[in-house]
Each structure stands twice: as C-alpha cells, then as structure tokens.
Design a protein around this ligand. Structure first.
Ligand code: NAD
Length: 260
C-alpha cells in the first residue's frame, strides 16, 4: 500500500528544491498533486518532469505568489475546484533574503522575507484549515528551518520568520487537532537546493564550493542533506503513519542543531 494513495496534496514552492523533491516522492506514493509556485516556467517543467516518471498522477499547477492573500485564495480555490478536497498541505515556499548584520539589514528585504516566509505560511493555513475542518481531516507540514530553533548569523528576518512558522504550527495544532487535523513543521539544516547554492555564493562569492565544504565539516555527518532525505520525512508527516504527531517542529539536519 502506497503511503499517500489517492490523497490530494497541495505543495507551495513546488517548482524546485524541497518542494519539487516532495512532489516527486508524493507522486511515487500515489498522491494527486496541486503544485503552486510564482515561477511559471519552472513550475511547468516540474509538472512535466513528474508526469514523465509517474504518468498516472493527476497534477494541476497554479501560478501564485504566496505573499499575496488574493493569490493564496486563488490557489486554494483552484485546488478545490480540480480535486474537490485537500488532504495534505506542504506549506513550503520561502526565501532566505540577503545576509547582513542585524543593524545594517535592508528594511525592504526584511519585509519581503517576512511577507513570504511568515505571511505566506499564515495565509496558506488561513484558507486551507477551514476546508480541512469541513472534511474533519487534514495533514499540514509547514517549513521552518534550523533557523526556526536556533539563531543564524546575519539572517535576522529569516530566523524571525522561521521561529514564527514553528510558533504558528503549535497554535494550529492546538486549535484544529479536534477536527482530525495535524499540523507539524520541519526544520531542515543545510540541504543541497538552489536556495542553499545561492547562500554559499553570498558567503564566498569567489569560491562557493569552499564555503560548502567548510559548512559540511561542522555537521556530525560531515555532509549536507539531500532534498530526497527531507521529502521522505514530509511524506511520513502527510501520511496516516504520523496520525498522532501534532504541533512538532522536527529537525532534519544530520544532528547539527544538538551541538553547543
Ligand atoms: P529553492 O529556492 O530551491 O526553492 C524554493 C521554491 O519556492 C522556488 O521554486 C521558488 O520559485 C518558490 N517561491 C519562492 N517564493 C515564492 C513565493 N512568494 N510564492 C510562490 N513561490 C515562491 O528553496 P528550497 O531550498 O527548496 O527551500 C524551500 C523551503 O525550505 C523554504 O521555506 C526554505 O526557507 C526552507 N529551508 C530550506 C533549507 C535548505 O537547506 N535548502 C533549509 C531550511 C529551510
């Protein structure tokens, strides 16, 4: 039995990185998919990529910016129109922002990070929770970060937004657990995606590979994580197997956040 057989799963930030990896794993586990991203071209490529390997998967795409409330309403409405329900929601779209000391941080970039990472996650839950409440069933996985349980140098808005994701996850768990809905968050460490490649370019513009190698040395596993390693945990949390896990923020970081 596949873990997500015939479940309707909505995924934001689905065009690449952790969103795409989870979409592929969910398709493999029998899910039907509503893929959301603001990068239209990459989103279409992601859809074709999935259909090539999993041609029986029903896939819809919605181009939307998660920081805009009206566009969130639109992707939720279009998903319900296409499938009639939403069983699982991977609330994943996010950006890192620029790296800079707290007192020098560009305020406009700060607001943009909060707009996508915090408000985008909130709007998603605001419009999907009522649908799941009617169904008396739902699984939500929000994407925090190790930056949602620890500080990270020069990334104040990212850390603020990801702590907020962890906090909102606890509240959704408390307020909606009685309706058959579980809400959890994941806290990935450094996982090899386009976002992290960009971060290493910011740390060492001349030699991003050196920045990556140095970063990996600090991890107990001496390597970075792979998107597929995150996707398997997300699919578990979206599945029946995780039915009594609620309100948790689960680190997927090779153990690095335990170090002092
Ligand atoms: P990525 O940049 O590789 O992919 C992010 C995707 O989200 C892209 O397809 C992008 O177009 C989309 N997106 C960004 N802003 C959007 C918006 N406003 N509306 C719609 N789509 C939008 O990033 P990733 O590494 O896959 O990160 C995904 C999530 O995981 C983010 O929330 C990120 O903060 C979190 N995360 C990643 C890591 C990591 O190491 N990669 C670690 C911790 C947390």
């Amino acid at each position: 039995m596949k873990k997500l057989e015939n479940k309707v799963i909505a995924i934001t930030g689905a065009a690449m990185g952790l969103g795409l990896a989870t979409a592929i794993e969910a398709a493999q586990q029998g899910a039907q998919l509503a893929l959301v991203d603001y990068n239209e071209k990459a989103l279409e490529e992601a859809k074709q990529f999935i259909l090539k390997d999993y041609p029986d998967t029903k896939v819809t795409t919605v181009v939307a910016d998660v920081s805009k409330e009206e566009e969130v309403k639109k992707y939720v409405e279009e998903t319900v129109k296409a499938f009639g329900r939403i069983d699982g929601f991977y609330n994943n779209a996010g950006i890192e922002g620029k790296q800079a000391p707290m007192t020098e941080y560009d305020v406009e970039v700060f607001k943009k990070v909060i707009g996508i990472n915090l408000m985008g996650v909130y709007y998603g839950m605001r419009y999907i929770l009522p649908i799941m409440q009617k169904q008396e069933y739902g699984r939500i996985v929000n994407v925090a970060s190790v930056g949602g349980i620890r500080g990270v140098m020069n990334q104040t808005p990212y850390v603020a937004s990801k702590h907020a994701v962890s906090g909102m996850t606890k509240n959704a768990a408390l307020e909606f657990g009685r309706h058959g809905i579980t809400t959890n968050a994941i806290a990935p460490g450094a996982i090899l995606t386009p976002m992290v490649a960009e971060a290493f370019k910011q740390v060492n513009p001349d030699d991003p590979q050196a920045a990556e190698t140095e970063y990996a040395q600090a991890n107990p596993t001496k390597r970075l994580g792979l998107p597929e390693e995150v996707a398997k945990v997300v699919v578990f949390l979206l599945s029946e197997d995780a039915s009594y896990v609620n309100g948790q923020t689960i680190a997927i970081d090779g153990g690095e956040s335990n170090s002092y």
